[in-house]
Design a protein around this ligand. Structure first.
Ligand code: ASP
Ligand code: MG
Length: 402
């Protein structure tokens, strides 16, 4: 007998038919004698619809009231699932975030979990009930409802699994696992049997949106075995855990991020402290800088380019222009028609020639590289956005099809 936490995303609980499927999955595990805690997201587009409703009445609602509104989506799905399971004749109870003891800080809309006071959940499990918990929400020290940020139900599930010391935390979604590339771009992309936490984090931040980042960080910290599975098929999913197959996986995936922009600041003074001025200005405005490139200084001048999230582009351009005198440069340009393509693999650090192979693939496809950055387990290149699909295909071909 094991303790299993299962989380079902919005598409998995979207309607009556889907909820019946979920009830079947949950009860099939329960019948085998497992202790079951089930975390649910709001049905389908409910959260988006609620946001739209709010905007109709007040374009700048307080974050507190927004959380009161948004947390209701999950209340609907948890009670509907509980009723469905009840109807099948199984003992079940649904709990809201606060009933389940999800204690958070007070950052409405993006709250962090302080701890899970799991006494109630444990009592219910002791009475052999299936426990359904609404994801994405908690309660702060003032007794107010908070939400964990979009996609936060994954994190609710992992927090509960970590607290209970669950044997497994399954994340049911509409894809049946993590692939070596986006199957919409690379139709022969392969499903990974397993992947390490670090690889998953890199792939997630690179645009492979399967799991909420914070849930993976938390799973790593508390060593929770995760499994990404589909509620639509019965195929085996992808396990996310501390690697054992690591050595085989020199490269585990190719990711693409079209939502970045490249900023170039031309002809800055080539003196100490200039980079500090530029990047402390950006940091002060909460801009996440990724790849940084500095040109060799000539005639006492140098240029610095870097990438930022695309939706910061206008703000950053204005910011740098406002500070032209303080920074002392000649020109600034921002290009949003760029994309970052990356390969991720835990075995990369100990295997030479991986970068060369990636660049060979790009050369073969006649794709120009504008910037490069590397870490222990990742190599990223910045290229023109229009080349990005071809790049993903060529790189994937090189590493996975021979
Ligand atoms: N319902 C929330 C959202 O749409 C939380 C979640 O689905 O994880 O962001
Ligand atoms: Mg999600």
């Amino acid at each position: 007998m094991s303790m299993i936490v299962q989380k079902f995303g919005g598409t998995s609980v979207a309607n009556a038919e889907r909820l019946r499927k979920v009830a079947d999955i949950v009860t099939s595990y329960y019948r085998k004698g497992n202790d079951m805690v089930v975390v649910v997201s709001a049905q389908g587009d409910t959260t988006d619809d609620l946001i739209e409703k709010a905007m109709e009445l007040n374009e700048k609602p307080s974050k507190r009231e927004m959380d009161v509104l948004l947390h209701t989506g999950e209340l609907i799905s948890m009670s509907l699932l509980a009723m469905t399971i009840e109807g099948l004749g199984f003992p079940v109870v649904s709990l809201t975030g606060w009933q389940a003891g999800m204690e958070t800080n007070s950052t409405y809309g993006d709250a962090r979990i302080h701890r899970v006071n799991a006494e109630r959940i444990r009592n219910e499990l002791d009475q052999k009930r299936i426990v359904i918990v609404s994801g994405f929400q908690g309660i702060n020290k003032f007794g107010d409802v908070t939400t964990l940020g979009r996609g936060g139900s994954d994190t609710s599930a992992v927090a509960i699994a970590a607290t209970l010391g669950a044997d497994l935390c399954q994340i049911y979604t509409d894809v049946d696992g993590v692939y070596t590339a986006d199957p919409r771009i690379v139709p022969n992309a392969r499903k990974l049997e397993e992947i390490t936490y670090d690889e998953m984090l890199e792939l997630a931040s690179l645009g492979a949106q399967v799991l909420h980042n914070r849930s993976v960080e938390m799973a790593k910290k508390y060593n929770v075995d995760l499994e990404v599975v589909s509620s639509f098929t019965r195929n085996p999913g992808t396990k996310v855990k501390e690697g054992s197959n690591m050595e085989k996986m020199i490269v585990s995936g190719v990711a693409r991020d079209n939502k970045c922009a490249r900023v170039a600041i031309i002809n800055l003074d080539d003196t100490p402290g200039v980079a500090f001025k530029v990047f402390s200005l950006l940091a002060k405005h909460q801009v996440n800088v990724d790849i940084i490139l500095q040109s060799v200084g000539k005639n006492g001048k140098k240029s610095i380019s870097f990438t930022i999230p695309e939706d910061n582009a206008d703000m950053v351009k204005a910011l740098i222009e406002e500070n032209k005198e303080m920074l002392g440069y000649e020109a600034v340009s921002v290009n949003t028609k760029v994309a970052k393509v990356s390969i991720v693999g835990a075995g990369m650090a100990s295997n030479p020639g991986v970068a060369a192979k990636m660049f060979e693939a790009l050369a073969g496809a006649n794709i120009n590289i504008r910037m490069i950055s590397t870490s222990e387990i990742k190599i990223s290149v910045l290229i023109n956005e229009e080349d990005s699909e071809r790049a993903v295909k060529a790189i994937h071909d090189k590493f996975f099809n021979n």
